[in-house]
Design a protein around this ligand. Structure first.
Ligand SMILES: [Zn+2]
Length: 318
């Protein structure tokens, strides 16, 4: 079929809309899809592969060597696809055409479902690889020494954690008590999880969980150790504010009768106070209670329970 025909009203040639999908070459898709990705992530220094398979990429600003980004683009049918990253959960779908016919929309739904399946499979593979890595690392590490710089600075005991050279290894388990990830803490306080490992809904556990026990959920390992020492209760470190809710939900689901107390950080100098906000949200969602640190002075640098204890012990010099 010819691209143009004479206009019946003499206004000029009638042709397909500019950039209409049928005219898309694989290079057009690469260019356009990449522009959409760059609008989200900034300049990307690789060629997109448009082959209906999931590919990983390095997200600018992430740690060197990590590949938390993913994308998948299709050339067949209506050019489309999606991209995002496993770290922040960003997920954006892209389609070359705004309005789809019924059949195109049907085909599109299948593609989206297939992309989802590939994405989930890829993520499951990343997670099980990280879990194997975590078990290996845990198995080779030794019990942590109480004179480790981080433990000394935080004035906490090593409890059950381990150490490999000068790196502390904090175990993260899922609700079924399987080791799924580790957090490594260096002497200078740098903290890292294993790339691709599970965090959501997983935690570091102090004490035992029984069906009718009291469970305190907080953010970091040092905070959990401090609370454990002060109360003797079961304490779970969710590792960050965003994971308080998934952990609280997992506990509520498995232990319907448990008394859940969320011991939040009070990020009083951070806009929106994420620690306080997330703790309140999480407790509310599982019919639990909250508690926050009581500060030594209105102007001290403390935001969590461990800070407060260290601050008091040092006479409020923090
Ligand atoms: Zn203080």
């Amino acid at each position: 079929m010819s691209q143009t025909q004479k206009s019946p009203v003499g206004t000029g040639p009638i042709c397909k809309p500019e950039n209409s999908p049928a005219d898309y070459t694989i290079f057009d898709i690469e260019r356009e899809a990449k522009a959409v990705m760059e609008a989200e992530y900034g300049p990307l220094d690789f060629m997109l592969i448009v082959d209906g398979k999931i590919h990983r990429f390095h997200v600018p600003g992430d740690r060197k060597g990590s590949d938390n980004g993913w994308y998948i683009f299709y050339h067949d049918g209506v050019p489309s696809g999606g991209f995002g990253d496993w770290k922040t959960g960003v997920h954006i779908n892209w389609c070359a055409k705004q309005k789809l016919s019924y059949y195109e929309a049907e085909a599109q739904r299948l593609k989206v479902a297939e992309a989802k399946r590939q994405r989930e499979q890829e993520q499951a593979e990343r997670q099980s690889k990280a879990a194997l890595n975590a078990r290996d690392m845990w198995g080779r590490a030794h019990p942590a020494k109480s004179d480790h710089d981080y433990l000394k600075r935080k004035a906490i005991k090593p409890y059950f954690i381990r150490q490999q050279q000068d790196i502390l290894i904090i175990p993260l388990i899922d609700i079924e008590r399987k080791l799924v990830n580790v957090q490594r803490i260096w002497s200078d306080g740098t903290k890292r999880f294993l790339a691709g490992g599970r965090i959501t809904g997983c935690f570091c556990q102090f004490g035992n969980i029984g069906p009718e026990v009291k469970i305190i959920i907080c953010e970091g390992f040092a905070t959990a150790a401090t609370i454990r020492e002060a109360t003797g209760d079961t304490v779970l470190a969710a590792m960050n504010a965003g994971n308080l809710l998934p952990v609280a939900r997992a506990i509520r689901k498995k232990y319907p009768a448990a008394e859940i107390i969320v011991a939040g950080d009070d990020d009083r100098r951070t806009e929106g106070n994420p620690g306080r906000t997330k703790a309140n949200e999480s407790a509310l969602a599982v019919n639990g209670l909250v508690t926050f640190p009581e500060f030594c002075r209105p102007d001290c640098g403390c935001s969590d329970f461990n800070d407060v204890r260290c601050c008091r012990n040092s006479g409020g010099s923090r």
